[in-house]
Design a protein around this ligand. Sequence first.
Ligand code: FAD
Ligand code: DLZ
Ligand code: SF4
Length: 522
Amino acid sequence: MKSLRIVLGDQLTRSVSALAGLDAKRDIVLLVEVAAETTYVPHHKQKIVLVLAAMRHFAAALQGEGVAVDYVRLDDPQNTGNFTGEVARAVARHRPDIVVATEPGEWRVLDLMRTWSEQADVRVEIREDDRFFCSRGRFARWAGDRKSYRMEYFYREMRRETGLLMDGDSPAGGRWNFDAENRRSLPPGHALPRRRRFEPDGIVREVMDMVEHRFAGHFGDLEPFGWAVTREQALEALDHFVSDCLPGFGDYQDAMKTGEPFLHHAVLSPYLNIGLLTPREVCEAAEDAWRRGEAPLNAVEGFVRQILGWREYVRGIYWLRMPDYAGTNALEARRALPAFYWTGRTAMNCVARVVDETRRNAYAHHIQRLMVTGNFALLAGLDPAAVEEWYLSVYADAFEWVELPNTHGMALFADGGLLASKPYAASGAYIDRMSDYCGDCRYDPGLKSGADACPFNVLYWNFLIENRQRLGRNPRMAMPYRTLDKMTEDRRATICRDAETFLSKMDADPPSAAPGQLPLGL
Ligand code: FAD
Ligand code: DLZ
Ligand code: SF4
């Protein structure tokens, strides 16, 4: 039986289920560059280059094995511009008995995939994506009829099931969680690893030229482009992380520093998400480093928890709760996304720095995403759909199955506490403790009201006041509400007035520094 095997741009794994049982003499592999996927959000230019260049390399590697590959390029005049049209054209070209696909990472695409059989008049087999530790069915069993889900308990089950960082039935080192040791700010003079980057080759350059012309209006700098685009390069990036960065990963996981976008972070999420690396090999590489005595356990456990815990957990929630999940808005947040999310032109130095690094690198680390841009969006009551579109656009690793629960659930609490037990709301004091941003800011993190007060302070208390009905009974919010209650009525009225003044003209907030003065990243 002749089959047409379609591989999507985030399924670039040789062992992906769509390619299982491939007969190189009979079957054809289809990869398609389509306008719909390059524009469903205004992706960062580097993200488009990463995906298309990696697709072209993946196709070339398959051809090198003697596999017949049908590759449709974006500039092909016959290109219909969408997955369904390209599957129908390929079926007409090759007349397969069956089309084989791996389930996609986004609900939107699964909806399309389910129409292919009728649209292309062919049998379609949609296989499970088995590149994750936890299948969708397994997660649904874990979730059962719980009212809320907590990552920590899910993670412990995953540790037991996979045997990762286990000594028999016990967690390695006698504890499941070393987080308490992972919250240090960066000490002065701390030496950071020099990051490995990959010079663009001919294929990458060709895609960059196309993106420069065709996607000129999209967010983000195209140069310098240093992402890995092949499996071999991604493995090199993994080696580099494990030997040079992992030992300091735990200690400084939450730290932020001007001009140092990567610190000790892995910078591996784009490779995991498009399939150049598998989560299992990444976790095993980290565990091996610990067992060889080359990385401390707080770093390795913290890292494994991000992948075996958080990454699997958010995927489980996405598939369990979509499509309704995206439509919830528990805090009834409706404010439009301010322009400075795209321009970085704001006097809030922390926000300006994170947006600027995002523009340069298509990357920001977790705490920048959660506690700076995410925290601001939460406190300012920005519309979840607009914030989610921003996160889905600007990061090289952004695919809806992972972006949406992180933004909607973790950062914005728009799911009302399904994913996180309380909102990650914080005042300027947190950013001041974990970064050096406040020193260069026109605002003062020590002031709670007045024109010079840090907007995060004013907005934090205003957020608690505005959401009292929704959050006041949450036991994990009891402490801040007690503090709020100790304030005089006058003080609370001043907070609300200052917040309103700031929010009504936040897009006119003058920038603190000209963009373009920070060192370049990847
Ligand atoms: P490290 O900090 O070094 O962590 C190691 C790995 O753990 C990452 O490569 C990633 O695969 C995984 N990981 C860590 N935290 C999470 C998490 N919360 N959820 C899922 N996986 C995690 N991650 C994405 O991959 N795509 C997204 O679109 C995305 N959007 C986010 C939006 C918001 C608002 C927030 C708060 C977080 C988001 N994250 C997203 C999670 C996290 O910020 C990134 O995975 C991480 O910053 C990637 O950088 P790194 O590889 O250096 O990660
Ligand atoms: C992100 C992306 C982009 C920019 N372009 C393509 C493309 O041209 N062809 C393709 O197969 N995939 C692309 N992708 C990745 C898809 O958007 C992704 O596979 C779906 O969103 C499902 O997760
Ligand atoms: Fe951000 Fe406030 Fe610090 Fe300025 S003072 S950098 S706005 S936290």
